[in-house]
Design a protein around this ligand. Structure first.
Ligand code: FE
Ligand code: FE
Ligand code: ZN
Length: 178
């Protein structure tokens, strides 16, 4: 197999991954207790629809029909997010767990797009590379936004910088992992 074929296969994987996210993100918008988090997921849902479109444009430039190849990794990552949502826990803890799962998604995407950009650049496919890079930058920004919101949620819950939340400080101090 040549690198060009590898690039196309990876685009097919990511195309499926992005489509899975278009379906999964609305659930996270609804399930997030923190309004900033809900807003971040809503904004990334709109961006993700754009990621699907950019991949379609990239397929077109390469002269191939857009095809999705089932991404098993994204299926697993989305399942892990659902597992957190199914568990009963305090709002800020559940939001924190969902952010963890969502950041794993972003890192998976960052790895894929980073590699695809490098392959496209190596092949001199500048138009394809710049499309993929635009998405890469949005994935990185989404990841950074999630880190910020995560800290905010911990701060609001009083668990940032080693402080235990006031309400559990006495009762739960021995099992406090913060
Ligand atoms: Fe994406
Ligand atoms: Fe994949
Ligand atoms: Zn993303």
């Amino acid at each position: 197999m040549e690198i060009r074929a590898l690039l196309i296969e990876e685009m097919q994987d990511q195309y499926d991954a992005e489509k899975q996210l278009v379906k999964a993100l609305p659930k996270l918008v609804k399930a997030s207790s923190n309004p900033e988090l809900s807003h971040a997921f809503a904004a990334h849902l709109e961006e993700t629809k754009g990621h699907v479109e950019r991949l379609e444009q990239a397929f077109e430039i390469l002269g191939v029909r857009p095809k999705a190849k089932p991404c098993a990794a994204m299926k697993g990552l989305v399942e892990e997010t659902q597992e957190w949502l199914a568990e009963k826990m305090p709002d800020e803890v559940q939001d924190s767990a969902v952010i963890c799962a969502a950041q794993k998604v972003e890192h998976y995407e960052i790895a894929g797009y980073g590699t695809m950009c490098a392959w496209a650049a190596a092949l001199g496919l500048n138009d394809v590379e710049s499309l993929l890079r635009e998405t890469l930058d949005e994935e990185k920004a989404a990841d950074e936004k999630l880190s910020l919101v995560a800290d905010q949620i911990l701060a609001e819950a009083g668990v940032l910088n080693g402080k235990a939340p006031a309400k559990t400080r006495s009762a739960g101090s021995q099992r406090s992992g913060y």
